[in-house]
Design a protein around this ligand. Sequence first.
Ligand code: FAD
Ligand code: FES
Ligand code: MG
Length: 281
Amino acid sequence: MYEVLSNDILAPNLHRLVVRAPRIAPVRKPGQFVIIRLDRGEERIPLTIGDADPTAGTITLFIQAIGASTRRIVSVPAGGTILDVAGPMGKPTHLGNWRRVACIGGGVGTAVLFPLVKALAATESHITTIIGGRSSQYVILADELKALSGQLLITTEDGSLGRKGFVTAVLSDLIADPAKKPDAVFAIGPVPMMRAIAELTRPYGIETIVSLNPIMIDGTGMCGGCRVVVDGESRFACVDGPEFDGHKVDFAGLSDRLTTYRDHETHAANECRLTREVVHA
Ligand code: FAD
Ligand code: FES
Ligand code: MG
């Protein structure tokens, strides 16, 4: 059993959970994730290790309540428990010897980006972090990322905070300015965002790393659930990734596989809502 020490809300449906995991906290590296199972019979849910405190033996998870399982996970209060937390899994982020790096996060991708920016902040690279959300209330971790970055730029779709529009427009401006053009770009967020960024940087030959979120089940390379095509070859995101060269990823195939279980997920989410209404009635 893994105790939830705190559970706070950062944005609508986005929670930060600090969980006691003394075996994982000291050994995890940026870019790695855990697979958690709330209880017997529950789905196995992959979540990035957002942060860790090796001394306290805790890990931080940023969780967007998007469907039935994540809704149940974020409803665990401080003092509650999670049955299994398996990890750390996945390859740690490869940190190159870059002069200037742009780190781009969209939506909950900003939380997945956080440990990466924290690791880069300990290197010589100058970091420009660009984060985006639908509106100001969906922009998360701005203060924390500002403290770690040389520059933080924000975009919102409705213009309620920072520049109106998408993160890609800001990246475009950076690339056009020879004094700011990055040598490498990390992009973490919805598939269309990562795909657009990879297409934007491709003609300039800027190294572009994306973090993929295919459906995962066992997290050990055995089930094949997280298969992605990279450079024409099948790779398993759980053991070969989750970070890959964005210029080589088959994003169309990834989008198709992510929607495979949509009918089941919608059914489960509706059932979850119904159960809650019955319980609270
Ligand atoms: P559902 O309604 O079942 O699914 C909603 C959508 O989530 C689906 O359409 C599908 O795209 C995706 N999904 C569903 N089941 C899985 C699964 N078993 N594995 C992966 N994706 C799935 N989310 C966060 O909020 N915070 C994170 O830090 C985070 N890190 C991730 C790291 C990795 C390596 C991966 C692969 C995914 C990560 N995710 C993260 C996504 C998260 O795992 C899914 O949102 C979650 O599994 C959805 O489950 P659900 O039952 O609540 O929603
Ligand atoms: Fe099963 Fe990756 S989750 S092979
Ligand atoms: Mg689900």
